[in-house]
Design a protein around this ligand. Sequence first.
Ligand code: ATP
Ligand code: MG
Length: 332
Amino acid sequence: MTRTFSGIKPTGHLTLGNYLGAMRRWAEVDQHRTDALFCVVDLHALTVEHDPARVRRLTRQAATLMLAAGLDPELCTVFVQSHVDEHARLSYLLECTATDGELRRMIQYKEKGARAQAEGQSVRLSLLTYPVLMAADILAYSADEVPVGDDQRQHVELTRDLAVRFNQRYGHTFTVPKATHPPVAARVMDLQDPGSKMGKSHASSAGIVYLLDDADLVRKKVMRAVTDSGTDVVLDREERPGVANLLDVLAACSGGDPAGLAATYTSYGALKKDTAEAVVEVLAPIRKRHAEFAADQGYVDEVLKRGALRAREMARPLVDRAYRAIGLLPPA
Ligand code: ATP
Ligand code: MG
């Protein structure tokens, strides 16, 4: 059976981008079709300046939202990365496989490093090595598929390179995974800055729709989305990224295709209104279920505990095998 792995960082409140780019397919497709593991990757949240209590709170919240978005612990494994030591154990072996040069080429390292510096913070070494830990997350479970948004393409490519290199040097150990992306809305853009990706860790929230925003706030954010000075609705990603973003979001939420939808609108106002309503409709059941699960944290904790047990059982033998393959003496 195909094995799937994907994760989400507790660096902020989850966004519409996280949902349309990744979580929705986990719930609607991957958990039914594959043996799937979904992880709150909390170690990755420590790569930028963080508040310990907030990370803990957001880790619980992300897990709760994953269940609210439809992940069913009877169908898939939901767990927290730091509960399974194998991720960090394997990451070190992959650090001994990756090169400094290839990590410095990662776009997210350059972008997030520049952001940290602009905010007067130092760049943590873990920001550089984070894609290696991500490779370990994936390879520890012999995942075949990694359902992610478009922005993670480069990191999954690196994961593939590291798996192939390790296998060539030390004998076949890892499955070489491939990334999968949704057909539309694989990269939802910030509503106030359609040149950049909507990201939960961004400072300004005006252009970000959070999964827990109430209906009126969603409407307000979508109606205020930056478009351009044109008036006719056409799908042109280069010249009109704001309109293209609305068309993508509308298509993803209502089931149409962006170009086809563009032809049915004659004004930005109508497009925004329909997009807002479509988003409100998609988020309503998630907010409702989130309130239910949030009222029963004991249940969520139990799911995470069972998930970690199962994940540990799966990862342990493979990581042990990698330790032997690379030349480490097994304990007597
Ligand atoms: P951060 O700003 O901390 O990187 P993020 O919003 O990018 O947060 P991640 O935890 O890095 O979220 O990513 C979780 C998943 O959501 C990944 O599969 C990623 O590709 C996807 N994703 C994130 N942002 C978007 C977006 N704007 N559009 C589509 N998919 C997205
Ligand atoms: Mg991200």
